[in-house]
Design a protein around this ligand. Structure first.
Ligand code: PHE
Length: 336
């Protein structure tokens, strides 16, 4: 083995490494020129068998050649990797001239839309939004609302009890939110509480065992029936049109006294003016104020509650309540 031989080996290795056009070709060159069978490896392995006076010279030259080849391999690897990455990036780059992927927009459920409109009207009047549990105690849902044991509203045939306990039920109305709020805070109280309620009704076009209500409560000094009426008139005109009139008809609710049915004018399908019953309301019974720790000598209040689904049906001209709960996109897309 002579120096010119080593120079030759190195020369060929470097040339092939530089000529490698892909990482695969480079790997082949690496095996050929630094692998165990390569001339360079064999030279290095043979040093021990050389005459002692040659070992130093050849060993040094062979090691230099090996370092040069390794250096060339490292450099070319980096170059090829950078090239391949660049090519990959170019391949995957977004072509901004292609048409975009369609991205369907969702929309709010019609009942949510109506709820938000109702909330907005009352928020603008200074009310705040409140909330309560759907699993209620008998006390919050009935007793504190002046609905004593034996009252027909408490009939087990109307109420879903939970875990077979007579004191645990799905709320049948949003009115228990009134109780929870009045227990927690002192007047002035102005709140609106939308939510789901449950009654043991059979499902048909206008009934569902699960439906939505919105409760309103105002407790302050000096509130009268006139405030209730003005609030209801404003509320329904904002919601259903400024031409609406309202009619308060005497009614009964255990927790309000006096109580009224709020009827709203509309034009029926024969073009005749008629009335639609859209809310229950009344002046909060002093018994209810007292059972919640509010001084009924100093404060008065009014409350109202209406069915959200019913109003959404009127609002959107939907003839069957069930459509709202079936989640059929063909129906829901019409409100997007
Ligand atoms: N909670 C009553 C119902 O479900 C409605 C109502 C609310 C009546 C507030 C008066 C005051 O029928």
């Amino acid at each position: 083995m002579t120096d010119p031989d080593l120079a030759n080996i190195q020369e060929r290795a470097l040339a092939e490494i530089r000529a490698a056009a892909t990482l695969a070709e480079l790997e082949a060159a690496r095996v050929a020129h630094t692998g165990r069978r390569s001339p360079l490896a064999e030279t290095l392995a043979g040093i021990g068998g050389l005459p002692p006076d040659r070992r130093g010279v050849v060993g040094k030259a062979a090691n230099l050649a090996r370092r040069a080849v390794e250096q060339a391999l490292a450099t070319r690897t980096e170059e090829l990797e950078a090239e391949e990455m660049g090519a990959a990036l170019e391949r995957d780059a977004t072509d901004v001239t292609l048409p975009g992927d369609p991205h369907p927009l969702g929309a709010l459920h019609p009942i949510t839309q109506v709820r938000q409109e109702m909330e907005d009207i009352l928020l603008a009047l200074g009310y705040r939004i409140s909330d309560g549990p759907e699993v209620e105690t008998e006390w919050h849902n009935f007793t504190a609302l002046n609905t004593p044991a034996g009252h027909p509203a408490r009939s087990p045939s109307d109420t879903f009890f939970v875990d077979g306990r007579p004191d645990r039920m799905l709320r049948t109305q949003t009115s228990p939110v009134q109780v929870r709020e009045m227990q927690q805070s002192q007047p002035p109280i102005y709140l609106v509480a939308p939510g789901v309620v449950y009654r043991r009704d059979d499902i048909d076009a206008t009934h569902s065992p699960m439906f939505h209500q919105m409760e309103g409560l105002a407790v302050d000094e000096g509130l009268t029936m006139a405030h209730l009426k003005g609030t209801m008139l404003h509320f329904f005109r904002e919601l259903l049109g400024s031409e609406r009139e309202i009619l308060l008809q005497p009614h009964f609710f255990p927790f309000t006294e006096p109580s009224v049915d709020v009827q709203v004018s509309y034009i029926d399908k024969n073009g005749r003016p008629a009335w639609l019953e859209l809310a229950g309301a009344g002046m909060v019974d002093p018994n209810v104020l007292e059972s919640c720790g509010i001084d009924s000598e100093r404060y008065t209040g009014f409350a109202f509650g209406c069915g959200l689904d019913r109003i959404a049906m009127i609002r959107f001209g939907v003839p069957d309540l069930r459509l709202f709960f079936e989640n059929d996109l063909r129906f829901l897309e019409q409100f997007a």
